[in-house]
Design a protein around this ligand. Structure first.
Ligand SMILES: Cc1cc2nc3c(=O)[nH]c(=O)nc-3n(C[C@H](O)[C@H](O)[C@H](O)COP(=O)(O)OP(=O)(O)OC[C@H]3O[C@@H](n4cnc5c(N)ncnc54)[C@H](O)[C@@H]3O)c2cc1C
Length: 306
């Protein structure tokens, strides 16, 4: 058996830096992803403040230990073989949300749904589109998350990292992408500039979007939302349906019949099932339409090239 990178000594050192109870060894990532699948992270560390983030980042970098920053795991597929490295998840002070006039400053670990709710409570409009996106602020900025005609790029003014703030014009926000996909920096928070609005109208809009989601999306099953990016001038779900793949499955991983753009976990799917299904759907859609679908879901760990 290959030697493990993350040894007991490393776990001990991480516990010194982050606190005994905030470092979990061999933690199943099925508990931390909305797909509810995935192997074990050799170390899973909750990072509750800037000092801990600095200490842990310096340690893993200096020891060349692989690490990955997880948000809410709502766009994440972790290999069945797990991840022999350190998965960091921000918590504690990174969950704070502050309001100053029409500006909201949210920590990267704050839920984007809660941030949108706080905006509504304060009569601020602009984040309604995010009210059904089950990610963190960090994950939403990283992905430039969007829905129903709105996206993070419409409201963000800057993002924070341990190396300093990055202004909107340097965030390189485009469809489901940001500069963080290139620079690998940790997002610690973001500022959203909203507009004063009518609380009742904001809530009405949020309710309307919620009903649309409930009607169109298989929210009763674990998933990572849309599995594939929207191809230019088309829709992934439509192409998948036209390729005859509605309900197509590998094990308990299944193309939702309610919304073909969603791969869902019908109960006991494994990460391997999900991955194989994603590859089969990609190949069959390519065969049928000539269009290559690109996964939107972020994959972590080793996956056999299929
Ligand atoms: C039911 C459902 C519906 C969804 N609907 C939508 C939708 O309408 N629109 C949409 O855009 N998405 C949607 N998604 C997908 C997902 O919620 C978004 O992509 C979300 O932004 C991911 O955030 P997260 O915190 O869960 O990130 P994760 O899934 O944990 O991570 C995603 C990526 O972000 C990176 N990341 C996370 N936090 C940080 C940080 N602090 N610093 C640096 N990098 C970080 C991770 O390293 C990873 O590469 C949906 C998902 C589900 C399950």
């Amino acid at each position: 058996m290959a030697e493990r990178i993350v040894t007991d000594g490393i776990i001990e050192q991480l516990r010194e830096l982050a606190g005994e109870s905030d470092v979990l060894a061999d933690e199943s990532m099925s508990l931390h992803t909305t797909f509810r699948v995935g192997g074990k992270a050799a170390a899973f560390v909750l990072v509750r403040d800037e000092a801990c983030l600095r200490a842990v980042s310096e340690y893993v970098s200096s020891e060349k230990i692989p690490y990955f920053l997880a948000g809410n795991g709502s766009n994440l597929l972790v290999s069945e073989n797990g991840y022999d490295g350190v998965i960091l998840k921000l918590a504690g002070e990174f969950e704070e949300i502050k309001i100053e006039g029409t500006r909201i400053t949210a920590g990267a670990a704050a839920s984007i749904i809660r941030t949108a709710a706080v905006a509504a409570d304060n009569g601020l409009t602009g984040l309604e589109f995010a009210s059904g996106i089950p990610g963190s602020v960090g994950g939403a900025v990283y992905m430039n998350a969007g829905a129903y005609g709105g996206e993070i790029a419409d409201v963000i003014t800057e993002a924070f990292t341990p190396e300093g703030a990055i202004k909107k014009q340097d965030l390189e926000l485009s469809y489901r992408s940001s500069v963080f996909k290139k620079n690998g920096r940790v997002i610690t928070g973001a500022v959203f500039e909203l507009q004063q609005g009518e609380e009742a109208a904001i809530r009405e809009k949020m309710e309307e979007l919620k009903s649309k989601r409930l009607e169109k999306q298989p929210l009763e099953y674990p998933s990572a939302g849309s599995t594939f990016k929207r191809p230019e001038g088309n829709f992934a779900g439509k192409l998948i349906m036209e390729a005859g793949l509605s309900g197509f499955s590998v094990g308990d991983a299944c193309v939702s019949e309610k919304h073909c753009g969603f791969v869902i976990n019908k109960g006991n799917a494994t990460a391997d099932d999900v991955y194989k299904l994603i590859c089969l759907v990609r190949d069959k859609v390519k065969e049928h339409s000539g269009i290559t679908l690109e996964p939107e879901v972020i994959m972590l760990g080793d996956f056999e090239k299929l």
